[in-house]
Write a protein that binds this ligand. Structure first.
Ligand code: ADP
Length: 341
């Protein structure tokens, strides 16, 4: 169990670093021409033990005729691995997972025309399962960082809700799209990646390095994070530290007050619901000490809540699950640096 915990921690940190790299534009892709089918075989091999342990049936229907794409083999494998791992995790014993590939004209509007073939085709890769499914109200948020489809899912399955956020970001960097479908709770789920194919014979001579949108460094700040949810505090700490900020965390109104008397901060990021009071109290206390910049985090973003947090002095109010891009934008605005695209 101890080793498993260490592995999980390591995995968590990898995910956080990836997410930070993606969100700060510092992730590099090593693009080459690669065949997707062997990558899928590989990913199934990696998960085979867990698949067998749960008595899950796995079916591969790799029907695509064109299955070469331009991509980063390590990163595409990571995306497929996330999808298959999730399918295994969220499918009960004796369920079924189907992995399909097929081709489609790149632009559906062009289909049928004699030149459609020449305009290139699309490789669709789908991982479908018969598992717990996704509620329609959760589906649109499923790719947000920290989204886990509700507290119950988190308690039952663990994890942090980063895999899909990273996978979608990686897909976007490949000019691909990643979408989720589910007919609802208990009805299974399907994740589909759509990639542009290239003819296998036109392999690139050497891999081209593509540096994706290097973001300017952000003004480093001293940030106090107040959240009683230990995972959230730890994640924010790691992410903000990786962005170059100095971070302290506190889990209550009292701990926040103690931190503020012990040191100086440029920015407060506080949860509203705290065990011994409210984030609004923390912001009021901060202002009396000259700390005027605050970002509120809360599970509810009702007009009334936002109004109250504004009155307490928060410059921004973000609702959980936290959208990383939004958080970064809010911090940039406060730090006086322009938000990154
Ligand atoms: P994690 O698995 O760590 O929670 P992910 O970002 O991989 O994070 O997934 C986010 C959430 O999406 C999961 O917590 C779960 O609610 C939902 N989800 C992902 N894959 C599936 C699936 N195959 N079936 C049902 N729900 C899924």
């Amino acid at each position: 169990l101890a080793r498993r915990n260490v592995e999980m921690q390591a995995r968590l940190i990898d995910d956080l670093l990836d997410l930070t790299r993606v969100s700060t534009g510092k992730l590099q892709l090593n693009i080459e021409t690669l065949d997707v089918h062997p990558v899928l075989d590989d990913v199934v091999d990696i998960c085979q033990q867990e698949i067998d342990a749960k008595g899950i049936q796995i079916e591969k229907r790799l029907d695509a005729v064109d299955h070469s794409v331009q991509g980063d083999p390590v990163r595409l494998r990571q995306v497929f691995w996330n999808l298959v791992k999730n399918a295994v995790k969220f499918t009960p014993e004796a369920g079924r997972i189907t992995i399909r590939t097929w081709n489609q004209p790149a632009d559906v509007l062009d289909s049928g025309g004699p030149a459609a073939r020449d305009r290139g085709r699309t490789l669709m890769v789908q991982v479908q399962d018969t598992g717990v499914g996704i509620k329609p109200e959760v589906l649109p948020r499923i790719f947000n960082a920290f989204e886990q489809g509700g507290d119950q899912v988190t308690r039952q399955f663990g994890g942090l809700g980063l895999g899909l956020a990273i996978s979608r970001a990686l897909a976007v960097m490949h000019g691909a799209t990643l979408t989720a479908d589910s007919e609802g709770a208990g009805r299974g789920a399907a994740f589909t990646l759509e990639l542009r194919t290239v003819p296998p014979e036109v392999a690139t001579e050497r891999p081209t390095r593509r540096h994706v949108a290097l973001a300017p460094a952000q003004q480093p700040m001293r940030i106090l994070v107040v959240d009683d949810h230990a995972d959230t505090a730890r994640v924010l700490n790691l992410l903000l530290s990786r962005m170059g900020h100095q971070v302290r965390t506190a889990g209550s109104v009292a701990a926040a007050a103690a931190a503020m008397s012990a040191g100086r901060f440029d920015l407060l990021i506080s949860d509203i619901g705290l065990p011994d009071g409210s984030g609004l109290d923390v912001m009021r206390e901060a202002r009396t000490r000259g700390l005027v910049n605050g970002i509120a985090l809360s599970g509810y973003g009702m007009a009334q809540d936002i109004q109250r947090s504004r009155e307490a002095g928060f410059a921004a109010h973000l609702t959980k699950p936290i959208d990383l891009a939004e958080l970064r934008r809010a911090i940039s605005q406060i730090g006086g640096t322009p938000p990154q695209p």
